[in-house]
Design a protein around this ligand. Sequence first.
Ligand code: DHB
Ligand code: FE
Length: 283
Amino acid sequence: MSAEVIWGLATSHVPSIGAAMDRGKTEDPNWKGLFDGYRPAREWLAEHRPDVAIVIYNDHANGIDLDIVPTFGIGTADRYTVADEGFGKRPVPDVIGDPDLSLHLLETLVDDGFDLTVFQELDVDHGFTVPLSVWTPDPGDAWPCPVIPLLVNVIQYPQPTAKRCYALGQAIGRALKSYPKDITVGILGTGGMSHQLAGARAGMINPEFDAMFMAAIESDPAKLAALSREELIREAGSEGIEMIMWLIMRGAMNERVRKVHSHYFVPASNTAAGLALFDNRAS
Ligand code: DHB
Ligand code: FE
């Protein structure tokens, strides 16, 4: 018996993507190109609903105060409330968790050398809800399945290295294989692509780096795992380092995956937005 990762979805989590959906602006000229590019992935995902999903994301000082910045954390609750980020809560469902799988991951990962901070209570912000909306634009009363938040510090120095993130993903892959129930899992890596929100380089976008990252996340993640924190920030921007979370997703998947669909769009707000969907079932 085991928990089998059936797919991995990497996607930007720009808050305005959620706002565009909530306000019915997805057909506006500024947004249509982004949302049209999501369609093939959404159609495939609608036909491949997992029993549980894991969302690798970062909080942006909405659910957790900046006084406390865990490097890695996991939610163990049976329910997570959508955060109010200052404009009221997004009109999307709260999130049902899976405490059994959370506790299995926690115990197994601690035994494997990853000392996760435990969140028994957590409000989830755009880093978490926007990827769920990219996956499921019309959730109705509930998201397609229970979801577990796995948190990563990407906002305050020193962020974990890309290498450590890839290794955590591989440890998650091992932990899932030892789960004593037969279930299917979807795993989401969120953030990116290149962007910087403040400072002299605000608005910087690096399409060459993004294209390299998009190709290597599929076929050569070890190359990305070798990038230093400073290289990531220099090439992708101070917030583009969020892409280390794609490596956690990728580490939990098989060495070989099949790309179902990818999409790259500039600009979403003032960032480069990317999506990549991989089928993890042995072909
Ligand atoms: C913005 C915020 C984010 O967390 C992000 O990843 C990209 C963009 C923003 O506020 O525009
Ligand atoms: Fe972000």
